[in-house]
Design a binder for this molecule. Structure first.
Ligand code: ATP
Length: 282
């Protein structure tokens, strides 16, 4: 009670409450044990951020890195489906959430694994979302990690802003499809990164030309080349093109990321090349 009043008085004076300071220290402590923080984002929805985040995390873990995958798409979390997670998460004796473990090197946290009813909607405004994202850092038992991959919802709203404020050393991987409708929004995302001083590792073009399984002809469902042109114009590295591939859809729906399911798949090979570039660049 006394602590609450002291905290309220500190807040009223414009200072930080003890609880806020404690949370800040916990966030710093967690982040100090994570070497690289990669924020997968895009101005446009449905371009493949979650598919890329999940497969990027699996690919890095496959190479022996210790990886965390944090889904901050609180309203439409897809990571549980793609990674095949259905269990509710537990807390440990330190009252921290234990992330879902996928193989020896990969830990995953998503809002979906905190909800008792799978189809329950999250109806929250900005401050509640910001609080949850901060807790995803401070109250989760991440341990020592080489990479934390953060999957964002589309746009430049509350969630990306909270990630930037909570994890200022994060670096962005921007995802687009080749078509102008996506690129127009993606240019806004790159401008967002420049405005909030978020370093950009590079741009990934997803859903590039698709190889016809019958005749091997390349079919550009969403056009082609727009990612490279945009990256060059905006002065950021281009990390590569991932093909459109129905096997990605099948794998995600089955809860087995394509990177685990099929190593010789064209999407997997292209993403593997992107991962090599990212690792070299950091
Ligand atoms: N390279 C690809 N080839 C074919 N389908 C793909 C590819 N990448 C993603 N998809 C499919 O496209 C749909 C959207 O992908 P995903 O959910 O990863 O996008 P997103 O950008 O995270 O979406 P949002 O953030 O708007 O929820 C999914 O059905 C996914 O399986």
């Amino acid at each position: 009670m006394i602590h609450d009043s002291v905290d309220a008085a500190k807040k009223a004076k414009g200072g930080k409450s003890d609880a806020a300071q404690e949370q800040e220290q916990m966030i710093k402590g967690t982040l100090s044990k994570i070497k690289n923080k990669l924020f997968v984002m895009s101005g446009k929805g449905g371009v493949g951020k979650s598919s890329i985040s999940a497969n990027l995390a699996v690919g890095l873990a496959d190479k022996g890195f210790k990886v965390g995958l944090m889904d901050v798409d609180l309203h439409g979390p897809s990571i549980a489906q793609i990674m095949g997670l259905s269990e509710l998460l537990d807390i440990n004796e330190a009252r921290k959430l234990i992330p879902a473990q996928k193989g020896p090197n990969l830990k995953v946290i998503t809002m979906q694994c905190l909800m008792r009813e799978a189809d329950q909607a999250v109806i929250w405004r900005g401050p509640a979302k910001a609080g949850m994202i901060q807790q995803f850092v401070s109250q989760v038992e991440w341990g020592d990690l080489d990479f934390l991959i953060i999957d964002a919802p589309p746009g430049t709203g509350d969630e990306p802003l909270t990630v930037v404020q909570t994890i200022p050393e994060a670096k962005a991987i921007v995802v687009t499809t080749p078509q102008e409708v996506a690129l127009a929004d993606v240019r806004k995302s790159i401008n967002f990164c420049q405005t909030v001083k978020l370093d950009v590792v590079g741009l990934v073009e997803n859903m590039g030309p698709f190889s016809c399984p019958g005749c091997n002809t390349k079919i550009s469902l969403f056009k082609s080349g727009g990612g490279l042109t945009t990256a060059t114009k905006m002065g950021i590295p281009f990390l590569g093109t991932l093909p459109f591939d129905p096997e990605v859809v099948e794998a995600s729906d089955a809860g087995t990321p394509i990177f685990t399911k099929n190593k010789s798949n064209e999407f997997t090979k292209a993403l593997d090349a992107v991962i090599t570039k990212i690792v070299k660049q950091l």
